[in-house]
Write a protein that binds this ligand. Structure first.
Ligand SMILES: Nc1nc2c(ncn2[C@@H]2O[C@H](COP(=O)(O)OP(=O)(O)OP(=O)(O)O)[C@@H](O)[C@H]2O)c(=O)[nH]1
Ligand SMILES: [Mg+2]
Length: 274
């Protein structure tokens, strides 16, 4: 059986690290999911695997790069051929800016009934909310002079993006989505130092986006998780050495909807399957 999962995320949202860590777990048999045969083409993640093995952060994926990464996976008695795109997150930014999808994106959307949206909350911009402050003339001047003032907030960015994807999928806005599953993954969880559940974190940080999702997806097809694919930043010698000595597959974790932390990152894909 062939299943496509569409991984969606802006630049630096941990897509490449996740794919690399996911594969390393499968290879070392440190997961519930298994490979049922070897992977034909590892080139989409080769650079990232080499970087992580030497304790370095992987390079950003070039915007023009767009390749499908195929993984033959055994889930219990079922064999699933997973197709996950590996692309530069800049493409996602371009989709919202141009309101256009290229041929590859159109076919990825058509072929996939499960979308996994990576959001790195530490990287999102928060726009001035006048209910949070005592609004003064100075604020008004700052907004008027700001070159950023015509930019979308990240919250609106994700809503626009989902609307474009739903439109391409032919979704009827009168109904809740009951065909495709949406898994929201709050990535780089380690950066947030929180014990809250992923749902509560999203509700607190991006309430409008959550509202949009809950209005458009059946609750059983909407899942919100946390992920730290790397486990921690690789910006100190000590942390780099952990990766060099123990291996990248020893690090990283997933936060399930109930707040439980599990080491087995591959469960993310199990959760995303319909
Ligand atoms: N602290 C921390 N850093 C992470 C984690 N995952 C990724 N990073 C770092 O965040 C940066 C971006 O990660 P990538 O996996 O390259 O992100 P991407 O989504 O593939 O980005 P593009 O290729 O630009 O689209 C890299 O410097 C990673 O080392 C994590 O779980 N925790
Ligand atoms: Mg990348």
């Amino acid at each position: 059986m062939s299943t496509s999962i569409l991984l969606i995320g802006k630049p630096h949202s941990s897509k490449t690290v996740f794919l690399s860590q996911f594969y390393s777990r499968l290879l070392k048999k440190k997961s519930r999911l298994r490979l049922y045969k070897s992977v034909d083409d590892l080139s989409p993640i080769t650079g990232a695997r080499e970087a992580l093995a030497s304790g370095e952060e992987p390079q950003t994926t070039p915007a023009e790069k767009s390749v499908k990464f195929y993984l033959p996976i055994q889930i219990g008695g079922q064999q699933v051929d997973l197709k996950c795109p590996e692309y530069g997150g800049e493409q996602v930014v371009n989709i919202v800016e141009s309101r256009e999808l290229n041929k590859e994106w159109k076919s990825s959307i058509k072929d996939s009934d499960s979308w996994v949206l990576f959001i790195r909350l530490n990287n999102i911009n928060k726009f001035l909310d006048i209910s949070d402050i005592t609004y003064t003339d100075q604020h008004k001047k700052n907004v008027e002079n700001s070159i950023e003032s015509d930019k979308l907030s990240d919250q609106c960015f994700f809503i626009e993006l989902l609307q474009i994807l739903l439109h391409q999928k032919g979704h009827d806005y009168h109904l809740k989505n009951s065909k495709s599953k949406l898994t929201v993954v709050l990535t780089c969880w380690d950066e947030m130092s929180t014990d809250e559940k992923p749902y509560d974190v999203l509700k607190n940080k991006l309430p409008l986006l959550l509202n949009f999702m809950e209005s458009n997806w059946n609750s059983d097809l909407l899942n919100i998780l946390g992920l730290s694919a790397q486990g921690f930043a690789l910006n100190t010698i000590e942390n780099k050495e952990k990766y060099q000595i123990d291996g990248p597959e020893e690090f990283g974790y997933l936060v399930l909807a109930n707040g439980e932390k599990v080491d087995d990152l591959t469960q993310l894909i199990e959760e995303a399957l319909l």
